[in-house]
Design a protein around this ligand. Structure first.
Ligand code: ADP
Ligand code: MG
Length: 238
């Protein structure tokens, strides 16, 4: 057990987003939440991050270091690429600038942006900015990585490339990963478990487990799995 929701409730004014929501996420899992807009996916991530508190119920999280990547890169525009990453390192490496810079350099190598260290966010493309955001999330060696539709603003080719940077970073520093996406293809390419969520209050409608290792999931496999999940969605809708 690493993250356990037990009867968690969360409302905003009169809107009940979660009511007695229970689910357990184990160490090492890559979970994808798949569901329509406005259902409560971001709320779940924000509860895990501690940015929101449950109104009732219990949320137990054993891990402390949490990395978060949002749909937009959320870089500081007045800081260059290296500084944007270094800023998140003060908390874990307060005393040695040298060590911080070494780690920044390693992270930039991982996302192939070493030569852009001194560039400002406005000088980068959308995909490059999101690579910096990924590198920044890994800077603190997260035990939990939260990804809130991180690639949804990018085109198909860039998504592929960002996914491959993400997979490299995860093999370098494995961690529990929880990703929100409304791209089924992406969920099947990356996740160990796909949680289809819906209804109001939000609940898990279907849990789809993928045992095949990520590197062995070819296009045919993705197609077949998509059909399986789609057939569930169709019976649910009809
Ligand atoms: P999703 O990420 O699935 O699109 P969210 O978790 O962001 O959905 O939001 C779920 C619902 O809660 C939405 O209807 C949204 O408008 C509402 N909501 C989210 N955050 C707040 C907030 N801080 N104040 C009021 N309503 C909110
Ligand atoms: Mg959201």
């Amino acid at each position: 057990m690493a993250i356990r929701f037990t009867n968690v409730c969360k409302s905003f004014d009169n809107l009940t987003v979660l009511s007695n929501f229970s689910y357990t996420i184990d160490s090492g899992e890559f979970i994808c939440f798949f569901g329509p807009s406005g259902i409560g996916k971001t709320t779940i991530l924000q509860l895990i991050a501690g940015l929101l508190l449950p109104d009732a119920g219990e949320l137990k999280i054993e891990e402390k270091r949490i990395g978060y990547v949002f749909q937009e890169p959320r870089l500081l525009p007045w800081c260059n690429v290296a500084d944007n990453i270094e800023l998140s390192l003060y908390a874990i490496i307060p005393d040695s600038r040298q060590k911080r810079l070494e780690l920044v350099n390693t992270l930039l190598q991982k996302v192939e942006l070493e030569s852009f260290a001194k560039y400002y966010p406005a000088q980068l493309s959308g995909g490059m900015k999101q690579r910096v955001a990924l590198a920044r999330a890994f800077a603190i060696e997260p035990e939990i990585l939260l990804l809130d539709e991180p690639f949804s603003a990018l085109d198909h080719k860039l998504k592929d490339s960002l996914r491959s940077y993400l997979q490299d970073l995860l093999s370098w520093k494995p961690c529990i990963t929880i990703m929100v996406t409304h791209d089924l293809d992406e969920a099947i390419r990356l996740g160990d478990k796909i949680l289809v969520i819906g209804d109001r209050p939000c609940r898990i409608l279907y849990e789809h487990i993928i045992e095949k290792p990520r590197e062995k999931r070819d296009d045919l496999f993705i197609f077949e799995q998509t059909r399986l999940i789609q057939s569930f969605l169709n019976t649910k809708i009809n």
